[in-house]
Design a protein around this ligand. Structure first.
Ligand SMILES: NC(=O)c1ccc[n+]([C@@H]2O[C@H](COP(=O)([O-])OP(=O)(O)OC[C@H]3O[C@@H](n4cnc5c(N)ncnc54)[C@H](OP(=O)(O)O)[C@@H]3O)[C@@H](O)[C@H]2O)c1
Length: 275
């Protein structure tokens, strides 16, 4: 089935368009996902992130979109987003929880404060926004939520423990939400990216070496996986798909995996690296 047909199939009866909200739409995977959804006939987007000028520029490029410039960790952010969705559209067909960040550091160096800021943005903010939008999603069913976790939500690397903890939490919670919301007609999908070259995660250590360059993909590849998980109602998508081998290796060859993930050769690049 083509993507346009999927949109038609998932759109509420009598409706000709899909309302989709993407968090973290000002760069990287979220921006690519918004562009990808924007190509769907009749799709109408809600773009969420902190950098308003970026969102406005994207909205203009897409021929119009609702822009909500918020810091998702702010106490009133979920209510502000939910209010804008109700005011502008009155329903929501797809929520893509994509915004997140990472600050590298060992637990010994960065401590509980680093753990806390990861959990606040990468897990709690996702749960709080979902809670605020769930009544609208249920009322709009069949509808969908896609949570963007990470392969790091299945396997941890040295110096990225806080990031992994937040993404492990997101994976576990998403699995449960998938089961709970089924009876309400809200599909909940999980997308687990491998290494993707973006503004926030430039992956320079990997792209600069011929030996590891192949491991890094483009945000557009992830956008396809997110659209597939949301509109095609997939429960779980690794992207690129080959990364699905990683959690299996963690179970069946844990010593091998620990050798690989403990070294410095394969460590993710993260926003904190530039600070
Ligand atoms: N790139 C990778 O290799 C990779 C791998 C695995 C998983 N992921 C996941 O993929 C998702 C997207 O990452 P990306 O690579 O596209 O990174 P990115 O380019 O840094 O994009 C992150 C987005 O989140 C937004 N954001 C950050 N903090 C926010 C806050 N407090 N409130 C609202 N919005 C906020 C940013 O916008 P503003 O700065 O404008 O707020 C930006 O639009 C994340 O969940 C990430 O964990 C990425």
């Amino acid at each position: 089935m083509g993507a346009a047909a999927i949109v038609q199939a998932c759109a509420p009866v009598g409706s000709r368009y899909v309302i989709a909200l993407v968090t973290g739409a000002s760069s990287g995977i979220g921006e690519a996902t918004a562009r990808r959804l924007g190509r769907e006939p009749g799709a109408r987007l809600v773009l969420v992130a902190r950098r308003e000028e970026r969102l406005q520029a994207l909205a203009r490029e897409l021929g119009g979109a609702t822009v909500v410039a918020v810091d998702l960790t702010d106490a009133d952010a979920p209510a502000r987003v939910a209010e804008a969705v109700q005011r502008e559209h009155g329903r929501l067909d797809l929520l893509v929880n994509n915004a997140a960040s990472s600050w590298r550091g060992t637990f010994g160096e960065a401590g509980v404060d680093n753990l806390r800021r990861h959990m606040e943005l990468n897990f709690e903010a996702v749960a709080r926004l979902t809670e605020a939008l769930l009544p609208t999603l249920r009322a709009s069913a069949p509808s969908a939520i896609v949570n963007v976790s990470s392969v790091a939500g299945r396997i941890a690397r040295a110096r990225a423990g806080a990031y992994s903890a937040s993404k492990f939490a997101l994976c576990g919670w998403t699995d449960a939400l998938h089961l709970e919301e089924r009876e309400h007609g809200v599909h909940v999908g999980l997308v687990l990216p491998g290494f993707v070259a973006t503004e926030g995660f430039p992956q320079r250590e990997l792209t600069q070496r011929a030996l590891t360059r192949w491991m890094v993909t483009r945000p557009e590849v992830l956008a396809e996986a997110i659209v597939d998980a949301g509109l095609n109602r997939k429960a779980e998508r690794y992207s690129p798909r080959g990364y699905a081998i990683v959690p299996a290796l963690r179970v069946f060859a844990p010593r091998l995996v620990r050798r690989f993930t403990g070294g410095r050769a394969i460590t993710p690049s993260m926003p904190g690296d530039e600070r």
